[in-house]
Design a protein around this ligand. Structure first.
Ligand SMILES: Nc1ncnc2c1ncn2[C@@H]1O[C@H](COP(=O)(O)OP(=O)(O)OP(=O)(O)O)[C@@H](O)[C@H]1O
Ligand SMILES: Nc1ccn([C@@H]2O[C@H](COP(=O)(O)O)[C@@H](O)[C@H]2O)c(=O)n1
Length: 243
């Protein structure tokens, strides 16, 4: 076959790039599901929560009062945040330093909702997220709180994951070690408080987009959720989904 024939065949066979946005409250399974779906379908993966955590970690490390919105806004443009998009090895650096571990501390988790509510922070990270999504050759799964409503309103598929607060707390407790693991009530209270702050902020709050598919994961295994989302992506790609 000549070059033109090869190109035509490749164009017929290669699936079009697909952009998937997965939103939802804390502990609903966004990260686990997004990584697995991206890996199965050969897509890139972006954890936007990690970016908000990274900027929060930088603020805390640089002595900025995270409850002083003006100070956070002034500093929002300073840290250089670089996100890897390999679903099997998600990476994040801040000013060249590996931030994967420090962004998961309790200190950062407690402070992140205050920082993510500052409009200047959101503008900066939204631009970065759109640029990363635009560069993904075969498509990308982007997870967060405002992907379907604000970051990628034209995404090919939007998913909104939910689960009861009890189920989410039990999942989180299973991840924690020692004393923290036994305090289910405190874990549940902390995630409900973070969701309330994220849902209640003025700028691009946690919300389901009107055209998102809602999946209640309370009584589903992680494998069932992954399978459900893979099926929805494949249906969307082939145009066979019911309207
Ligand atoms: N359907 C499920 N059944 C049981 N456990 C699950 C399910 N989905 C996710 N988990 C587990 O729950 C925990 C939280 O999942 P994950 O980190 O993917 O949630 P998340 O929505 O990304 O949370 P956050 O927004 O706080 O980062 C993980 O330990 C994960 O393995
Ligand atoms: N699109 C997003 C993603 C995240 N946030 C904020 O970051 C916090 C941490 O997110 P995790 O997914 O890592 O738990 C989250 O509580 C939000 O405050 C956001 O605002 N928008």
């Amino acid at each position: 076959m000549n070059n033109v024939g090869n190109a035509v065949t490749a164009a017929r066979i290669a699936p079009a790039a697909v952009v998937v946005g997965i939103d939802g409250p804390s502990g609903t399974g966004k990260s686990s599901t997004s990584k697995a779906v991206a890996a199965k379908l050969g897509l890139r993966y972006l954890d936007t929560g990690a970016q908000y955590r990274a900027i929060t970690w930088w603020m805390l490390s640089n002595g900025i009062d995270v409850n002083d919105a003006a100070a956070v806004a002034d500093a929002a443009g300073k840290p250089e945040i670089v996100s890897g998009t390999d679903p099997s090895a998600p990476a994040i650096t801040v000013d060249g330093a590996d931030a994967a571990a420090p962004i998961r501390t309790q200190e950062v988790t407690s402070a992140v909702s205050a920082v993510s509510a500052v409009p200047e922070v959101r503008t900066r990270l939204t631009e970065l997220q759109r640029a990363i999504a635009a560069e993904a050759p075969h498509g990308i799964v982007v997870e967060g709180r405002d992907i379907g409503t604000t970051v990628l309103p034209d995404a090919d598929l939007k998913i909104f994951l939910t689960a009861s607060a009890e189920a989410r707390a039990a999942r989180r407790s299973g991840e924690l070690k020692g004393k923290e693991a036994t305090d289910l009530a405190a874990t549940q209270a902390a995630l409900v408080k973070r969701d309330a702050a994220d849902s209640g902020r003025k700028t691009s709050p946690l919300a389901k987009a009107d055209d998102a598919v809602e999946v209640d994961t309370t009584d589903l295994t992680l494998d069932q959720v992954i399978e459900c989302v893979v099926t929805l992506v494949e249906e969307r790609r082939s145009g066979t989904e019911s309207a």
